[in-house]
Write a protein that binds this ligand. Structure first.
Ligand code: GLA
Length: 404
């Protein structure tokens, strides 16, 4: 497929790559704490049709934003600087900027048409899909031979440094590395990955399904809340004398929390900033991260043992922790989870960064319709915009569609 490329630029792209959005089964707000995550790739994603040019100009069109035939965003690769390209085009421009900064470009430019179907603002990583489709297309065209973690680092760098949106590395690793039929068990410290088959029809899992529902509550990572959580976690790790909260084992949690007040006070005194008034908040942030990492390992253990039907309570515990300790849920997310559980779901939780976005629900297949109907009814009763079911079959990570 060459999505409108010839209409805009004439001729054919050198390559076409597809990269998916992702949903995270469990392991939320752990990736910037060197922890564990367990995402899978959606059957929705972004397609990047790309051709190298030797004019040093990056020309970009999005079928969702006025193209083809619509506005071509055109920038000189040599002139790219963080913040210099706004809107959707900042993501591909950011990837090109990162590759240029890494010394991987030698005056090339690119003609690019992107086409996507990941709902934006649903917490399903439409931006990572865009970055990853572009980084893989360029990698392919230039023969860079980037490994998955290298490609993910460039894609994440585009988002963090060029666009200015903070995030961990989960979304990009998921988009690049997930495999069909599996969840990706990722250790964000070592970047070690393992595909864990998500077999919901065998073992004790006969007749289970994972539902994904977009709450349609606006989701916004740039509003400072996400960065605030990152700062709190980094501050706690520094106070406790560990490289990252990942280094606190569940068995050491109580002891760590017991000395946190004093450790924070010492940190503040050393920095000359006076006592922070946030010890209780920081304590809850730490508790979420430490318990969430443990829940990821427990879920992986159950999936490995062929017992997917038992992961439900861990999913729900994760939601409660994100609601009460990490404070990143909103009423739409809590309502969806409560309604799903009330209709017999085995477990449910928000997925992604929070502050809006989507929920993932484990249910018996026979109950799936009742669960989604109950969520919709609960939203109507509270006057929320209607929730939207999203197709969620575990799909392939980034792959070439044509060319090369
Ligand atoms: C966002 C970020 C990810 C991760 C999640 C929370 O999706 O992009 O890196 O931190 O939030 O788990």
């Amino acid at each position: 497929m060459t999505p409108g490329f010839s209409d805009v630029f004439g001729g054919r792209p050198d390559v076409v790559w597809h990269a998916p959005g992702r949903v995270n089964l469990i392991g939320e707000h752990t990736d910037y704490n060197d922890g564990f995550v367990l995402p899978w790739a959606l059957p929705l994603g972004v397609t990047a049709a790309l051709r190298r040019n030797d004019s040093g100009v990056l020309r970009m069109v999005s079928r969702q934003h006025g193209g083809p035939g619509g506005a071509v965003v055109e920038v000189a690769v040599a002139g790219l600087e963080p913040g210099s390209v706004d809107g959707w085009a900042g993501y591909p421009a950011g990837v090109v900027w990162r590759l240029r900064e890494a010394g991987l470009l030698a005056g090339q430019g690119f003609d690019l048409v992107v086409d996507g179907d990941v709902p934006a603002g649903a917490g399903l990583s439409s931006s990572a899909a865009l970055e990853c489709a572009v980084v893989r297309a360029i990698d392919d065209v230039l023969g860079l031979g980037l490994s998955g973690p290298e490609a993910a680092a460039h894609a994440r760098g585009a988002e963090n440094e060029f666009v200015g949106v903070p995030s961990g590395v989960m979304d990009q690793m998921a988009s690049l590395m997930c495999a069909e039929g599996s969840v990706l068990f990722l250790d964000t410290r070592s970047m070690a990955t393992r595909q864990v088959p998500l077999d919901l029809d065998t073992g004790d899992g006969g007749g289970l399904t994972l539902l994904l529902v977009d709450t349609n509550a606006p989701h916004q990572l740039v509003d400072g809340e996400y960065a605030d959580r990152q700062r709190a976690c980094a501050r706690a790790a520094r106070a406790l004398g560990v490289a990252a909260l990942r280094d606190i084992p569940p068995a050491g949690l109580d002891a760590a929390l017991a000395r946190l007040d004093e450790a924070l006070a010492r940190l503040d005194a050393a920095a000359g900033t006076g006592p922070g008034a946030d010890a209780d908040v920081v304590r809850r942030r730490v508790r979420h991260v430490v318990t969430e990492n443990a829940r990821v390992l427990d879920v992986v253990g159950l999936l490995d043992a062929g017992r997917p039907g038992e992961i439900g309570p861990l999913l729900t515990d994760s939601h409660v922790s994100l609601r009460d300790d990490f404070e990143v849920t909103v009423p739409e997310l809590d309502t969806a989870v409560e309604a799903a559980l009330g209709a017999g779901a085995l477990g449910a939780r928000m997925t992604g960064g929070g502050f809006g976005g989507s929920v993932v629900i484990l249910a018996r297949s026979a109950d799936a319709a009742a669960v989604t109907d109950t969520v919709a009814a609960a939203f109507a009763a509270r006057g929320f915009a209607p929730p939207r079911p999203v197709p969620a079959t575990p799909s392939a990570g980034a792959h070439r569609i044509s060319g090369g």
